[in-house]
Design a protein around this ligand. Sequence first.
Ligand SMILES: Cc1cc2nc3c(=O)[nH]c(=O)nc-3n(C[C@H](O)[C@H](O)[C@H](O)COP(=O)(O)OP(=O)(O)OC[C@H]3O[C@@H](n4cnc5c(N)ncnc54)[C@H](O)[C@@H]3O)c2cc1C
Length: 265
Amino acid sequence: MRIIVCIKQVPDTNEVKINQETGTLIRKGVPSIMNPDDKNALEEALKIKDKYSAEVVILTMGPLQAKDVLKEALSMGADKAVLITDRKFGGSDTWATATIIAAAIEKIGNYDIIFCGRQAIDGDTAQVGPQIAEFLNLPQITYIKALEIKEEKLEVKRYTENGDYIYEVKMPVVLTAIKELNEPRYPTINGIIENFGDMGEEKIITFEFADLILDESQIGLKGSPTNVFKSFVPVKSKISEIIEGNTTQEKVDYLIEKLSEIKLI
Ligand SMILES: Cc1cc2nc3c(=O)[nH]c(=O)nc-3n(C[C@H](O)[C@H](O)[C@H](O)COP(=O)(O)OP(=O)(O)OC[C@H]3O[C@@H](n4cnc5c(N)ncnc54)[C@H](O)[C@@H]3O)c2cc1C
């Protein structure tokens, strides 16, 4: 069985600052991390590998520095790593990103499960996983919080706001993981020693534009049907009032009056 896990390198958003003039993220000097949901996707793939001896292939699309998340994933136990990188891919929106990743997955081939995180903490759209499934014409189950292999099929629990759903699905399939799925393992000491040096570099295969079956009109700004016109931090306009009163009843009456005034009750 071959499991492909899509991993995005994202800025550690607790530390991100916004350029107030341009509305863009200030990435300089901001540490990057493996997207948290992708870590859950990777952990689930590794659990399947531990139990059924699957091959876990990780891929990321990004600049050269995105190799760091691949090395981290290798040191957690992934077998092979693919970096998808080319200047021509710059400016890609989610549609173009998923087109490129789907082409890379086709090149890797022989896949049974394609795992993504539910969403990336920087772009936050949760579109890439479902788009990959559409481009590869595969079934997809998003928001998964439990998984079991039942012979040729998977039994998957999907979280929704209205309750959990259990699905049975044949492979190949695209799944998107949420944090409730598992507790990701830490990289091992040996894994770090082996993969953060030159040996790690050797394990990373690079796919550029010329390696993939893609047309220039499908990628970058040209291949992106969406455009970010402006991004900004919303101004917080919370007005709070502490309700005074001599008795609880007085405070409750005042609260009811206020809520009625603004037609909330
Ligand atoms: C007009 C426009 C231009 C843009 N230009 C750039 C640009 O030049 N450079 C840039 O970095 N971003 C750019 N972006 C942002 C980029 O499109 C998104 O970051 C990217 O498509 C992923 O979308 P997302 O972050 O919402 O991921 P989501 O859809 O929230 O991610 C879901 C899951 O998909 C997988 N995934 C997503 N992205 C990747 C990836 N890159 N590699 C592997 N797996 C992935 C992960 O498993 C992730 O958990 C641009 C966006 C727009 C709209």
